[in-house]
Design a protein around this ligand. Sequence first.
Ligand SMILES: [Zn+2]
Length: 208
Amino acid sequence: MKQETLVILGTAHGANVAGKRSPDGRLREYRYSREICREIKRALDSRGVQCVIDVEDDNEPSLRWRVRRVNAIVRASGRRCVYVSVHVNAAGSGGVWRTASGFGVYVSPNGSADSRRLASLMGIIAVERRLTGNRAVPSCRYHVLNLAVCRDTVCPAVLTENFFQDNRADVDWLLSPEGRAAIVSLHVDSLMLYLTELRGGSTTVSGK
Ligand SMILES: [Zn+2]
């Protein structure tokens, strides 16, 4: 019998990283990401999906440290894993409100077919649910960007940018019960579809 896939949720940054907040300070990316990861985990747990969070406390000594930690989880598990790093986007720095809005999902240039499949499922659902704001959505429904947590982790990996912390309407929505629920269910529903496809046995057991 095939072992079930382990979902590894990645929190964003640490409390020590400068910026990474809304101009009015209501939303801190590290904190919001940790809250959302806990809610996603709760929802996956209730559906019988094994799930861990890579960094639950408020610190992230370095990105390289986080990647090592994720890879240690993958190797210790001895099973197929998938990594989802949960972030909130920013259109600029300097603590001013800007206009970019909406959800986007990323894979690294070395992303496998599995990474790209999960990203496209997330992108397709985001478009269906009108969550992409004023962002241009590529025809494949995901973006390709050289991100360390996707590039250097040893399992399929995607990174989600959940709306913009420097867009006032996005922040209002992200902090609302409806916004939180929509972000959580976008992740949970995409992952459930992805895992169902894997159970169909059409993809490889391991690798990037
Ligand atoms: Zn981030």
